[in-house]
Design a protein around this ligand. Structure first.
Ligand code: DQA
Length: 143
């Protein structure tokens, strides 16, 4: 079963981006970890990242049309992108919102997720493990 793992803006800079907050794991490491976890679960994981809202919306349309489960870290779009929310609302397969950090412990503007209300569930605060846990959730929801 195919699963899309979609990442929003600035996540391509993991490893060098505020390492004290986001850790030293690089985006390439994150891709490898997701693929490894996917293989263990029998899932064919495809990891993508973009800084572009339109591209991310397009990938969600692709997931909706293909009925593909999604693990989504919307990054800063989480907090304000209604177009991303509306794209998430169109799919029928599970969609797990993930965050490396726990936005609820951070600045006030991060306490709102416009995506949460149209996600199957949210996993936040466990670093790269947030992605592993989300893939497990997809696996148990789809088997
Ligand atoms: C993030 C949290 C967001 O608030 C932030 O804008 C990000 C990363 C996370 O994974 O912790 O870019 O989604």
């Amino acid at each position: 079963r195919r699963v899309l793992v979609l990442n929003g803006p600035n996540l391509g800079r993991l490893g060098s981006r505020e390492p004290e907050r986001y850790g030293t794991t690089t985006f390439a490491d994150l891709v490898a970890e997701c693929e490894k976890t996917g293989a263990e679960l029998g899932l064919q994981v495809e990891v993508r990242q973009t800084d572009d809202e339109a591209e991310l919306v397009g990938w969600l349309h692709e997931a909706a049309d293909g009925k593909l489960p999604v693990v989504l870290n919307p990054a800063a779009f989480t907090h304000y992108s209604y177009s991303l929310r509306d794209a998430c609302a169109q799919r029928t397969a599970p969609l797990i919102e993930v965050h490396l950090t726990n936005p609820a412990t951070r600045e006030e503007f991060r306490h709102t997720s416009v995506v949460a209300g149209v996600a199957t569930g949210t996993i936040a605060g466990f670093g790269v493990d947030s992605f592993r846990l989300a893939l497990r959730a997809i696996s148990s929801l789809t088997d």
